[in-house]
Design a protein around this ligand. Structure first.
Ligand SMILES: [Zn+2]
Length: 371
């Protein structure tokens, strides 16, 4: 399928070659969905990675660029939690080349940069996306600068270094880190491989629900849980579900349940206030560093997705996040604290435990855990 990039605000269209950072109106860019998807092209069983769905994605512009980039990402298992939670399934999405779900988006984003002949990229991240982009950039032979908040998990920062990226640790908030990265992009006219601004990332995170559809034999769960900071997984799931429905592969959507940290919950606040846009909040500090986003740039799209998917937004406080991390490890699951926040919300909301839920284990405990 051809690749058309468009502005979420004014709908102006751009080609792959001319894609700017944002639209001239300031709007954020997305990739146009194909409304006439062919269910027969859903997957290629001979490819053992998330690229088995490549013919179902609007990524003709990439050609075979992905072949030199892939590290075998995707195809993560779904396991039953067991114990007291018979309706709970976990998609083990930390079982990835760089140990987080961000490899889904980073592999496609870096393939796009490679296809464009980009020599140097810049990215900002709380850690996982930075690691993923650094790894794929190393594989692609692209010079890479990653901006991270000072004080983030040392193991994550170390992993970025070992892939050969230049690491900039920025004092202040997560938003200060994003601003520093953007300044370098604008001043030096570099390619911003941002998982927030660059729409190619979301084509990768779509494959999370494509895999679920395949693994659950077409029976999507009643509740699809996602942690939400910048909304990379939430929006990928939303676009993927729209594609599955428009191809006639599913007839209804699962209910989406988004989880934020109680200490940084701008989406939660905007959703229940009936707002159309997400206003920035004050991040009071949270162990769930992967979703500590006070000003999500795709907030309007996140709210739209939640409303269309009959969504709810729950929050987890720091005490519950710690307790969930300990319970998970005691039951054999070693996940990072951002993932523990999603489970904390599940464990403390019995109203959602009577039907089938799928929760994502987005990051490995060995990268950042308080236990
Ligand atoms: Zn525009």
């Amino acid at each position: 399928m051809s690749t058309i990039i468009y502005c979420s605000e004014c709908l102006k269209e751009y080609s792959f070659i001319e894609m700017p950072l944002t639209c001239e109106c300031g709007g954020i860019l997305s990739i146009k969905r194909n409304a006439n998807l062919d269910a027969g092209k859903f997957l290629n069983r001979e490819i053992w990675s998330m690229f088995r769905y490549k013919n179902f994605l609007p990524l003709d512009c990439l050609g075979d660029a992905w072949k030199g980039i892939t590290l075998g990402e995707g195809m993560t298992p779904v396991v039953d939690y067991g114990s007291d939670f018979g309706n709970l399934k976990i998609k083990m999405d930390y079982m990835m080349p760089t140990l987080s779900f961000k490899d889904r988006g980073a592999s496609i984003l870096v393939a796009a940069a490679k296809k464009l002949g980009i020599k140097e990229i810049v990215q900002d991240s709380s850690g996982n996306a930075g690691i993923a982009v650094a790894a794929y950039a190393a594989r692609a032979g692209i010079k890479c600068s990653i901006f991270v908040p000072a004080g983030n998990s040392k193991k994550k920062i170390q992993q970025i270094y070992v892939h050969g990226a230049d690491v900039y640790e920025i004092e202040g908030t997560r938003e200060d880190t994003a601003k520093a990265a953007l300044n370098k992009v604008l001043e030096e006219k570099l390619y911003y491989a941002s998982h927030v601004y660059n729409p190619f990332f979301y084509e990768g995170t779509k494959t999370y629900v494509f895999e679920l559809f395949e693994q659950l034999k077409g029976n999507m769960p009643d509740y699809l849980w996602v942690p939400v900071g910048n909304g990379t997984l939430l929006l990928g799931c939303y676009y993927g579900l729209l594609d599955l429905k428009s191809a006639g592969l599913i007839s209804k959507f699962p209910k989406m349940i988004a989880v934020q940290s109680h200490n940084c919950a701008p989406v939660h606040d905007a959703f229940y206030a009936g707002e159309d846009v997400v206003k920035p909040c004050v991040n009071k500090g949270t162990l769930a560093e992967g979703i500590a986003i006070a000003d999500p740039k795709r907030g309007k799209l996140i709210l739209q997705a939640l409303r269309e998917l009959d969504g709810e937004v729950l929050t987890a406080d720091e005490k519950a996040i710690c307790a969930a991390a300990k319970k998970l490890a005691g039951d054999g699951f070693y996940f990072e604290t951002t993932t523990a926040a999603t489970f904390a919300a599940y464990f403390s909301n019995p109203d959602f435990q009577d039907k089938i839920s799928v929760l994502p284990a987005c990051g490995a405990g060995i990268k950042s855990s308080i236990i």
